[in-house]
Design a protein around this ligand. Structure first.
Ligand code: F0G
Length: 358
């Protein structure tokens, strides 16, 4: 059989806490493309690369941490995993649990997760409960259940998740042959911010890179507890994946920001949607709104004069646009985009397209 990418646990076995006893539960996650974005370079003068994590098996970066968390859970004899989620973690937990032959129970905020993600968890056979509360309520309950019942928690408060997710930084360093000057990520629980920082720190310690990137993280304006410095009781944003008021990895992320001379900023929903359109219509990458905040953050920091011309910047876009496609079908002023209807007639279609016969 020809070789194929073997998933992050096998590819990085020497840098993760796994042994021969660890069952490798993989769907081939990781090995995602790092894409040069000329349109963003033209706008900023920086060298801009996009790490497209929507290319993972369930369409988000969560798969990197989930392969690790579910493999370790099975190694420790777990028969069921549980998580709270704004959608992507639940989709990923459901897929990896079912692949392992165990059960996933997922708690999501009622009416607040994208349809694609809800469909994924249900398709993979998860016990999905819509909780009448927000994500932060769901996480409190998931932690309670894991502490008092025989279910294994696979949220990013489980250290195995962040361990798996750090592999994305390894891949960036392999491609660029050094760390970038800046790395920008969306921030919800701040687990991924923490994971990239750890991955880059390990690469520096191994001598594979010469520097740590400055880690820049962005939260939506209505859900920006780290930027504000206090818990947000009723977080709001159209970027439902990062609608989080009390981030689980807050302390770790603050430490990472200090060490990396990093930054946390807040972006309005309007700017998120503008960046979403730039990425899809000028670069050719379709993401969900939360992911577009990386692009919005780059543009905001560039306008503020913080990103020098020629600096290397990596943006992580965390989830695929197909999970939450409705945003592509609206104009900036919020009206619906309706594709033109035409008769099945070549001449009429050529006319509508403005084509002249040759
Ligand atoms: N982007 C997407 C698409 C996400 O789904 C998440 C988190 C983040 C960014 C933020 O990452 O939490 O590590 O700072 N989604 C979680 C979930 C909360 O339940 O799917 P973070």
């Amino acid at each position: 059989m020809a070789n194929q990418w073997r998933g992050v646990l096998r590819e990085y076995a020497d840098r993760l806490d796994i042994t021969e006893k660890t069952p490798i539960i993989t769907l081939g996650e990781g090995g995602t493309p790092l894409i040069r974005a000329a349109a963003l370079e033209a706008r900023t003068g920086a060298k801009v690369w996009v790490k497209f994590e929507g290319m993972n098996p369930t369409g988000s970066f969560k798969d990197r941490g989930m392969t690790m968390a579910v493999s370790k859970a099975v190694e420790h004899g777990a028969k069921a995993v549980i998580c709270a989620s704004t959608g992507n973690t639940s989709a990923s937990a459901a897929a990896y649990a079912t692949h392992a032959g165990i059960t996933a129970a997922v708690l999501v905020p009622e009416g607040k997760i994208a349809m694609g993600k809800l469909a994924q968890a249900i398709a993979h056979g998860a016990e999905l409960l819509q909780v009448q509360g927000n994500f932060d309520d769901c996480l409190d309950i998931a932690r309670d259940l894991a502490a008092n019942y025989p279910v294994h928690l696979v949220n990013s408060v489980n250290p195995d998740r962040i361990e798996g997710q750090k592999t994305a930084a390894f891949e960036v360093v392999e491609v660029l042959e050094d760390a970038p000057d800046f790395h920008i990520v969306p921030v919800g629980n701040a687990g991924n911010y923490t994971a990239y920082f750890r991955g880059y720190s390990e690469e520096l310690a191994r001598g594979e890179s010469t520097k740590l990137p400055r880690m820049f993280g962005f939260q939506a304006e209505g859900s920006a507890p780290i930027v504000l410095g206090h818990v947000v009781k009723s977080p709001e944003t159209i970027a439902s994946a990062i609608r989080i008021g009390n981030p689980a990895s807050w302390k770790l992320a603050t430490a990472a920001r200090e060490t990396s001379d990093g930054y946390f900023g807040a972006i309005s929903d309007a700017k998120i949607l503008e960046a979403h359109r730039i990425l899809s219509s000028e670069v050719g990458i379709f993401v969900e709104p939360a992911s577009a905040i990386s692009v919005a953050g780059l543009l905001e920091r560039s306008d503020a004069g913080i990103i020098p011309k020629g600096a290397t910047v990596v943006l992580t876009v965390t989830g695929h646009g197909l999970k939450d496609p409705q945003w592509a079908l609206r104009t900036p002023d919020g009206s619906d985009i309706k594709p033109t209807i035409v008769p099945a007639d070549t001449t009429e279609i050529a006319d509508v397209l403005g084509l002249r016969s040759v």
